[in-house]
Design a protein around this ligand. Structure first.
Ligand SMILES: [Mg+2]
Length: 165
């Protein structure tokens, strides 16, 4: 367990996370933040590129699981559209939602990672839960506050020292 704000790995988009990368790192369960990671805020269905990426993961036996702080209906809508499990209102950076997802999925922590766009919620929660953290760039800034938050996170948007990527 660590309270480091630095991610283990970094990608531009979840679409850049390949099955080869996950296999190499022995990640079998990939938890996904929803808003601005899988999809921009306010959209009501996943884009084709995401659907295809999810299908590729399933074929490679990578288990996906949405762990979202969103308290509305979006986690359920996206999880059902993508045919994967979900937890909404996960309250990241607290770790209970992540722990529950791991328990439901039945994988070990050492085979689990969480991919998300925010340092203060996603990366802190993953590191605190003792799983690996993958930081991606937010899909888009729909308002000024998101841009400010991103700017505040900039010092931490680089991988941990000693990361093996
Ligand atoms: Mg997010």
């Amino acid at each position: 367990m660590s309270f480091s704000p630095f991610p283990d790995y970094k990608f531009k988009s979840i679409l850049d996370i390949s099955t080869d990368f996950l296999n190499e790192k022995e990640i079998k369960l990939l938890l996904l933040d929803l808003d601005n990671t899988v999809s921009p805020y306010k959209t009501q269905s996943p884009e084709k590129a995401i659907t295809e990426w999810v299908e590729g993961m399933k074929k490679a036996d990578i288990r996906l699981f949405i762990v979202s702080n969103n308290r509305g209906s979006r986690p359920k809508i996206f999880a059902e559209a993508l045919g994967i499990n979900y937890i909404g209102n996960a309250k990241k950076p607290f770790t209970a939602g992540i722990m529950r997802a791991i328990e439901i999925s039945g994988f070990e922590k050492k085979h689990t990672a969480l991919a998300g766009d925010q340092v203060y919620t996603d990366v802190l929660a993953a590191n605190g839960a003792g799983i690996r953290s993958i930081l991606v760039e937010p899909i888009k800034f729909t308002n000024f506050l998101l841009a400010v938050r991103y700017a505040l996170e900039l010092p931490f948007r680089r991988v941990k020292k000693g990361s093996d990527i």
